[in-house]
Write a protein that binds this ligand. Structure first.
Ligand SMILES: Nc1ncnc2c1ncn2[C@@H]1O[C@H](COP(=O)(O)OP(=O)(O)OP(=O)(O)O)[C@@H](O)[C@H]1O
Length: 234
């Protein structure tokens, strides 16, 4: 069984407009792959496809050899997503503690309180912040809560879609360290999408561009999984 999150010859259209055509990408377990490319080239669409949020119109999407289930259609939680705007992905009526608890409950854990505290500590949210509501914390603090929620189910793969674009450099570095430590500790695979190639080169094991993922695309030179350029934030 291949330990990878993979789209193979995947296609997707919004209505009649094709966005992805014959796209192949592989994110191996324990590996952090950066994906960059111009606006509108389909990075978010590909991320949603890999997370099972939308169905592929062609090709296959698999996680460790098994089809990635669509919402409500099978075992969820193997692929988690972290989005650009934490405010758009949290209910304003939930405290940060409740935001994290959502993820813990989804993971069918009984020891919710204890697990929330563990996760909060992991993402460096101090206990005094946990009873605040989204309007009472910074974007960075709220994104830490979203990361804790995403990590609650111990996903095999995490897709970060411009997840640090709204954050300052110090908060970005801190979140990247948390994610990288999950990779080191559990062998989680990561796909990080960003317009910021410099950030991706500091964060990820390798970086590829959207144009390299499709045989139909211009300037095709390689497949993502063949790139290796180890760099680190330290
Ligand atoms: N829900 C939708 N309905 C119709 N078209 C859409 C929808 N979502 C995205 N698109 C279109 O699909 C194309 C790819 O969008 P997508 O968001 O995947 O690109 P992207 O590379 O992530 O862009 P960006 O870097 O600006 O976030 C764009 O032309 C966009 O307008």
């Amino acid at each position: 069984m291949p330990a990878e999150l993979r789209a193979l010859n995947a296609g997707f259209s919004y209505g009649a407009a094709p966005v992805l055509s014959n796209v192949t990408i592989s994110v191996p377990a324990g590996y952090q792959l950066g994906l960059t490319g111009p606006s509108g080239t389909g990075k978010t669409t590909l991320a949603r496809l890999l997370a099972g949020l939308i169905p592929a119109a062609a090709g296959t999407v698999t996680c460790n050899g098994q089809p990635v289930p669509l919402p409500g259609k099978g075992r969820a939680g193997d692929v988690a997503m972290l989005f650009q705007s934490p405010r758009a992905s949290c209910s304003p009526r939930l405290s940060l503690r409740q935001v994290i608890a959502e993820g813990v409950r989804r993971a069918n854990r009984r020891d919710t309180e204890l697990r929330v505290m563990e996760l909060a500590a992991e993402v460096q949210l101090t206990p005094d912040l946990l009873d605040r509501f989204p309007r009472e914390v910074s974007d960075g603090q709220l994104q830490r809560a979203c990361l804790a929620r995403a990590l609650a189910a111990e996903p095999l793969y995490l897709i970060c879609d411009e997840a640090t674009a709204m954050l300052d450099a110090a908060t970005t570095a801190s979140l990247v360290r948390v994610i990288s430590s999950e990779v080191a500790a559990r062998g989680m695979g990561v796909l990080a999408l960003s317009h910021d190639r410099t950030l991706l080169e500091a964060w990820c094991d390798s970086v590829t561009g959207m144009e390299a993922l499709s045989d139909a695309g211009p300037g095709v030179s390689h497949r993502a999984s063949s790139l290796v350029a180890h760099t680190g934030l330290d």
